[in-house]
Every structure is written in C-alpha cells, then in structure tokens.
Design a protein around this ligand. Structure first.
Ligand SMILES: Cc1ncc(COP(=O)(O)O)c(C=O)c1O
Length: 423
C-alpha cells in the first residue's frame, strides 16, 4: 500500500495544521478537472472522496484474498476473516467503544436505523409508548420510526425546532417523559451542520429510562467521538462519508441491548444450530450479519479509519472550522444570499446551506458545476426541515479535510457568474 506522501508529511503532534499539499496528493480524484476547471468538491455531506490507501485496501482484498470469511479452512479464507474482524476492531477503537459495546457491519446508516426499528422498536414498543425524534433529521432517521410506530401503535413525538434549525432544548423535559422508550437524534444536521447538545439529551433520556440512538452519519467523519463516554445506546454511520467505500455502514450498540434484539436479516452465517422447524442464533455481532457481508468494504473501512486517525480527527475538526468561518465571512458579503442554520458557529460543523436571490437551487448548482464546483441542491432528504425554513430546497456546500480556501473562493466567485446569468 502506498501512502508515502502522507508519511512524508510532517505531522507535528502539537500542531493542528494540516499539511494540505501532502494530504491532497492522497486523493487521486483531486488531480482531475471538472468542466475543464479546477475541481472544487463541496459535496462531502453526500459522500467523501477516497484516499489511495482505501482504494488500495479494497482492491488488495480482491487481488490477493478474494475468499469468503468464517467458512474456509484454507489460508486465504482465514486471512480474510482476520482482516474483516480486524476492521471491526479498528472501527470500535475509532469510536471509543469499550467491551460493553459492539460494532455491527451493515450496508449503510439507513440499514443500521432499520435494524433497530425492526429488531428493537417493533419488539419492545407498543400502544402508549413514545419515540422522540426531531424535524431536523435526515429521512433515514425518521421514516423507519414512522413506520415502526405505526406498526405497533406507539406515538412519535418531536423536540420543537427553532426557525434557525436549532432545537428548543428548554422543551426537552416536556417531550421526553416516562413513556419515552427511544430518543433518535442526529449528532449533526446534514442541512445546517447544527450539532445538538447530545450529552444533555442523553442524560435526560436515560434519567427517564429511555434508550438513545445517535445518527452519526455526518458527525463521525468530522469529529472525534467516544461512545463509551457519550453513553449513547446506539450509534449509526456510513463508511462512504468518512473516506471509506460505499456499501458499508456501522451499527454500534451496547451489548445488553443488542443481545435482546432480533436480527433484521436471517440466513446463513448468523446461526449456531438449525433444525427443520427452528434455529438458534450466534451471539452479537454475528447474529446481525446474516449472509456474505461486504468483506472488501469492511476491510477498506478499516483502512479509512486508520487514515483518519493518522491525520488526526482534532486536526480535521480545526481545519473544517476555519473553512466554515472563511465561507461564512465571504458569503456575508454576497448580496441576496440567504443562509440557513444557527449564527453561532461553535454549534455547527462544516456545512453551509443557502439560497441565492430567487434562483432555483438546481439552477445555481448547474451553473456552479460549469465553474468546476460540486455542491448538492434540493431538499437533502430533510423535507420537514425545509418546511421549517419555508423553502423547497437549498444549495449545500459541505467541506472535508482536503478542502482549501480555493474551493470556497471558487464557490463564491461562481455566485457572481450566477448573477451575470440571472441578473
Ligand atoms: C444525517 C444523515 N443521516 C443518514 C444519512 C443516510 O446515509 P446513507 O445514505 O449512507 O444510508 C445521511 C446521508 O446523507 C445523513 O446525512
């Protein structure tokens, strides 16, 4: 595996500066142009770019091992098993899991939420019970709860939201009560970057006897996290947003909760004994990983967390903070730009959603594409939050470790071009 440029970058442990030149060389796609212009990738909220080390890890599995896990008695299968289980340990370390919790591989955040919705909510909630969530969630952390609550007759409740997309935490005590069984909340909004005070929410939920699921799809890739300290019962996230491949996601859960849950997928590899009319299942995590898993994806996710850990999550966080400040400052000087999210940047990650005059977000995105700038446009799988803002969509720019102020400049300069076209 070649990641020489990263190794030659001198990471002084006391410095929070990223060596951007060396870092950017790790991402082969950054050598490409888009529409003949410098490629400014500002769609990291949708998915991240992949470093050479991750691409190499995925490819190496297919070129050197290509064997199924947990089944073979031959060398390559044993090695694939060791690497797959090793990736699980790397991910567990990366999120600070202790021996009271386990990492289960799924295909995505969406699947991880569904595992809990089917295996826990539908099993343990009934009429009179309540599941608390918010209107700032990605649909992946809303629709599975809507359906599960409908199926069992439980009530879905919402922590009230402010007009800027932050939550009214002063209302927490009114919403999270004795009937609350689960609080499902994002750690970072994919529309505004807003990060609710999770410690406060988890503290109250636990005091009321409720479990807490944290949607870390946006957060885990950008912030250091320690689930053992945070105390959440579940954490869900996706590999593809954190320099890893698509098709691999994580469900972290506390062991006692996972043991008491039913799997979503039944079949091979998750069973301990099968008779004609019934079967018993392996312990956690295997019971949740029926069928041949995404072995290459898991191994490559292991490489992704190695990569992120080596760069340093605190360093990534500081870099993105300075990019967000720069973006907000430059955007504040653009007439007719309306942005969404709390003014207090200390509660926000590197996401900036906006509209420009009455230009439709898709038109703005298409013109930015002509300038080599990749942004996301639309309702961002968060229609209830769009309703709060009174819009049908926004343009979203989201940064990651390899972005520079040049990318932000390209975005802001691109807006001038939109002005030329739309007047
Ligand atoms: C906050 C949040 N939750 C959940 C998801 C769903 O992730 P995936 O599509 O990888 O399942 C996303 C994806 O954008 C997200 O931003």
């Amino acid at each position: 595996m070649k990641h020489s440029a990263l190794h030659t970058a001198s990471y002084d442990a006391s410095s929070l500066e990223l060596d951007l030149d060396a870092l950017r060389k790790q991402f082969p796609i950054l050598t490409r142009t888009m529409r003949g212009k410098r490629f400014s990738y500002l769609d990291n909220g949708a998915t991240s770019l992949k470093p050479e080390a991750v691409i190499a890890a995925e490819s190496r599995y297919y070129t050197e091992l290509s064997a199924n896990i947990h089944r073979g008695v031959y060398e390559f299968s044993e090695q694939a098993t060791v690497e797959y289980d090793g990736a699980r340990e790397k991910v567990a370390r990366f999120i600070g899991a202790d021996r009271n919790g386990s990492v289960i591989f799924t295909k995505s955040t969406t699947e991880s939420v569904n595992v809990v919705a089917y295996g826990w909510v539908r099993k343990y909630l009934g009429p009179g019970d309540e599941l608390v969530t918010t209107e700032i969630e990605h649909h992946a952390n809303l629709i599975p709860w809507q359906e599960a609550c409908k199926a069992v007759g439980a009530r879905l409740r919402f922590i009230p939201v402010n007009p800027d997309g932050s939550l009214q935490l002063e209302s927490l005590e009114d919403v999270i009560g004795e009937r609350t069984k689960l609080v499902a909340i994002t750690a970072m909004s994919n529309v505004t970057g807003y990060m609710p005070d999770l410690e406060r929410i988890i503290g109250l939920a636990h005091a009321r006897g409720a479990r807490v699921l944290v949607d870390g799809a946006q957060y885990v890739s950008h912030h250091p996290i320690n689930v053992a300290e945070l105390g959440c019962d579940f954490l869900v996230f996706s590999g593809h947003k954190m320099c890893g491949p698509t098709g691999i996601g994580v469900l972290y859960g506390k062991n006692d909760v996972l043991e008491a849950m039913d799997p979503l997928i039944y079949g091979g590899d998750m069973v301990s004994k099968v008779k004609r009319d019934e079967a018993s299942y392996k312990p956690v995590p295997d019971k949740f990983e029926g069928g041949t898993p995404n072995i290459a994806g898991a191994i490559a996710l292991g490489a992704a967390v190695d990569f992120l850990a080596e760069v340093g999550m605190q360093r990534i966080l500081e870099h993105e903070r300075s990019l967000l400040e720069y973006l907000v400052e430059r955007a504040s000087r653009v007439d007719e730009l309306v942005s969404y999210g709390p003014d207090d940047l200390s509660v926000r990650g590197g996401i900036f959603s906006f509209n420009y005059g009455d230009v439709h977000p898709h038109d703005a995105g298409a013109l930015l594409d002509q300038e080599g700038v990749a942004v996301r446009t639309g309702f961002h799988c968060a229609q209830p939050l769009m309703k709060v803002f009174g819009v049908t969509g926004t343009v979203r720019a989201s940064v990651y470790l390899y972005n520079t102020t040049d990318d932000i400049d390209a975005l802001i300069d691109g807006l001038a071009r939109i002005k030329d076209v739309f007047g």
